[in-house]
Write a protein that binds this ligand. Structure first.
Ligand code: ATP
Length: 352
């Protein structure tokens, strides 16, 4: 029996279906992310779990107990929102203490807990500051400490990083993961950022139009997307229309390409089957084009992205993104003719 379960949960507003009936289970101590584009129902599901909104159908269970009739305040769940959720008239310490007062802890126990929480979020020296004297990242840390103060059964995080700058966002992402692990708090995390979801989660729920498109580990979702929607949303660039030429040999023709390519995953399809072929930018390799018989192309653009350089390579009628590391990339200037090689993990195939 899972720890937190949404059973046949759905939500409609009049004739508008925000969430189709779905089931979702979290194990104790797990961090699960709801990932999807705007309007796919992530927040709706989170708010039903929190008890802010009643579901149209279904139940929410915690450790086998039906929480559905309980209001949010009785659910022992901590919540962190996108931003600006601290009480502006209370300093950081009092914001955190607030969560404990609600529980009626003794004052010595409260002092000990508050101290431990500021250690946990690494903000001892900002305890007396008011929210307007804290950076966005610091405010979110305090909000996290406040949510964890009463030792909730479940932590609910609704895009807690999306109002922050890139670097703060990365640091706090890792921090949330560390704090979540250290406290062992079962956590549901909402984001529309695929990289964030892959980096932080034990499992990811990809949502599309109010339904679960795929549920799996970050690696499952990235390596084995179950649909074109998941493949494209989770950032596997280079989606191509293709057809199986020779299944026994794993040969595939790609629309607009001069030569077939070898894709082992195509062996499980029939000759002639239409496919959607995804080529991962980081699994493609380039060599200068010496013979015209391989998969040749031309570098049309390069973007330096720090640890990698993303090249655009025109092959036939398509443009492929190819990600290379520093040294490798410097050998390939714009305008160069190259041969593209597919590494063993480069291709993912879906039926078109
Ligand atoms: P975002 O990332 O933009 O917050 P989301 O995935 O969290 O999006 P939801 O906020 O859950 O999406 O909304 C899901 C759908 O339900 C949307 O089509 C939205 O317009 C609709 N919806 C949400 N709340 C209401 C409401 N109170 N009344 C009517 N429709 C609503």
């Amino acid at each position: 029996m899972s720890y937190l379960t949404a059973q046949n949960v759905s939500k409609s507003y009049g004739s508008n279906v925000a969430l189709s009936p779905l089931d979702l289970s979290l194990e104790r101590g797990e961090l699960v992310t709801l990932l999807g584009p705007s309007g796919c129902g992530k927040t709706t599901l989170l708010r039903i779990v929190a008890g802010f909104n009643p579901p149209t159908t279904g139940r929410v269970l915690l450790d086998g107990r039906d929480l559905t009739p309980l209001p949010a305040a009785k659910r022992r769940m901590g919540m962190v929102f996108q931003a600006y959720s601290l009480f502006p008239n209370l300093n950081a310490e009092d914001n955190v203490r607030f969560g404990l007062k609600v529980r009626g802890e003794s004052s010595s126990e409260t002092a000990r807990r508050v101290d431990a929480l500021f250690d946990l979020i690494g903000l001892q020296d900002a305890r007396k500051r008011y929210p307007h004297q804290l950076s966005g990242g610091q405010q979110q840390r305090v909000a996290l400490a406040r949510a964890l103060a009463p030792q909730p059964d479940v932590l609910l995080l609704d895009e807690p990083l999306s109002a922050l700058d890139a670097q703060v966002r990365l640091n706090l992402r890792d921090e949330i993961r560390r704090v979540q692990r250290e406290t062992g708090t079962t956590t549901l995390f909402v984001t529309h950022d695929q990289e964030e979801a892959l980096a932080i989660s034990d499992r990811v729920v990809v949502m599309e139009k109010g339904a679960i498109a795929q549920l799996g580990t970050p690696e499952d979702i990235y390596r084995r997307p179950a649909s074109a929607f998941v493949a494209e949303f989770v950032g596997t660039a280079n989606g191509l229309d293709a057809r199986v030429l020779d299944a026994a040999q794993g040969l595939v023709t790609v629309d607009g390409w001069p030569h077939p390519v070898q894709v082992d995953a195509a062996r499980s399809f029939q000759n002639g089957a239409p496919l959607r072929l995804y080529l991962r930018p980081e699994e493609l390799r380039l060599t200068p084009a010496e013979d015209a018989h391989g998969l040749t192309g031309e570098i049309t653009d390069r973007r330096f992205l720090g640890s990698i350089t993303r090249l655009s390579v025109r092959v036939g009628g398509s443009v492929l993104a190819v990600d290379l590391q520093g040294n490798e990339a410097s050998a390939h200037p714009t305008g160069q003719r190259v041969q593209v090689h597919l590494g063993p993990l480069a291709a993912h195939v879906l039926r078109a």
